[in-house]
Unconditional design. Structure first.
Length: 283
């Protein structure tokens, strides 16, 4: 008998559980929103009794329920994938102000800042109960759905090469972070300042640095090593983040090059600062 597939979503309130659950429902999972942790054993029993309906189930649960979820890992009948959704404090504030929705804890008389801090503390405590993390801070709903699709794809690991700017913070879900700032910076070349790492003059300038080729080789070697570990560990997605000062020139160049040259498996390319600099991913 095939194992029952259970995908558990949790994380910070406002980080995108509703969108993520909808993505799983679109992929054929029976979707259940906001199930209390106390009812998780009953859900598992329901999956066993009615596999024709619940053989592939996705459920969103509160962060405090993640300890209960951890107990399912020893169940021989269940294939469990737990996904944690996170976002920066600044982005969560912006979302709540934009939508004018109340944080669930605000109804209990707490301020938004108190709610965000309590969420953060609860997530920190539950962090190691998640198999995968998704930082939704800069993702559109469509991009979040694509990440969910990659995590539930059975075709093997996908390497997601992501460029970012250090001045805007390190991606919270990165598995590997590499610093491109040792390569000379096109920003200080006046005619290149307004261009990006997708433009030929910037690529030529970066490639004129004698350290570029060695650095590009090291990126691929580490990516290949990381991919093999993900393959052995049954991972579905590896976020390989490459950063420079503003996420406009060097990180964009090296992330794009790595995505094009990596041959071990499937790749995706994501430029986190796309909206800041008018970047257009090509893969």
């Amino acid at each position: 008998m095939a194992k029952l597939e259970l995908v558990v979503l949790s994380g910070l309130s406002g980080a995108g559980k509703t969108t993520a659950l909808a993505a799983l429902e679109e992929r054929g999972y029976e979707a259940i929103m906001d199930l209390p942790g106390e009812l998780l054993p009953s859900l598992l029993e329901l999956m066993r009794l009615h596999p024709q309906i619940y053989a592939r189930t996705a459920v969103a649960v509160p962060i405090v329920a993640m300890e209960e979820v951890a107990s399912f890992r020893n169940d021989p009948d269940v294939s469990l994938l737990s996904i944690g959704l996170i976002a920066s404090r600044e982005e969560l504030r912006r979302r709540y102000r934009l939508t004018r929705h109340l944080h669930p804890l605000e109804a209990k008389g707490k301020t938004l800042e108190e709610c965000l801090e309590l969420d953060h503390l609860a997530f920190t405590k539950a962090r190691w109960n998640f198999d995968e993390l998704i930082d939704t801070s800069s993702l559109t709903p469509h991009e979040l759905k694509e990440r969910i699709a990659l995590l539930t794809d059975e075709a093997g690991p996908t390497m997601l090469f992501e460029s970012f700017g250090y001045q805007y913070g390190i991606p919270l879900d990165a598995d590997v972070v590499l610093d491109c700032r040792s390569i000379k910076n096109p920003y200080w070349k006046g005619e290149l300042r307004s261009l990006t790492g997708l433009d030929a003059p910037v690529s030529s300038y970066i490639e004129s640095d004698p350290r570029t080729e060695r650095f590009a080789r090291l990126i691929l070697e580490l990516a290949e090593f990381t991919y093999q570990g993900a393959l052995r560990g049954g991972r579905h997605l590896v976020v390989f983040a490459l950063g420079c000062s503003g996420g406009q020139h060097r990180s964009v160049y090296f992330a794009g090059r790595a995505a094009n040259e990596f041959k071990e498996g499937r790749t995706r390319l994501f430029h986190r600062e796309e909206k800041r600099h008018g970047l257009y991913p090509g893969k």
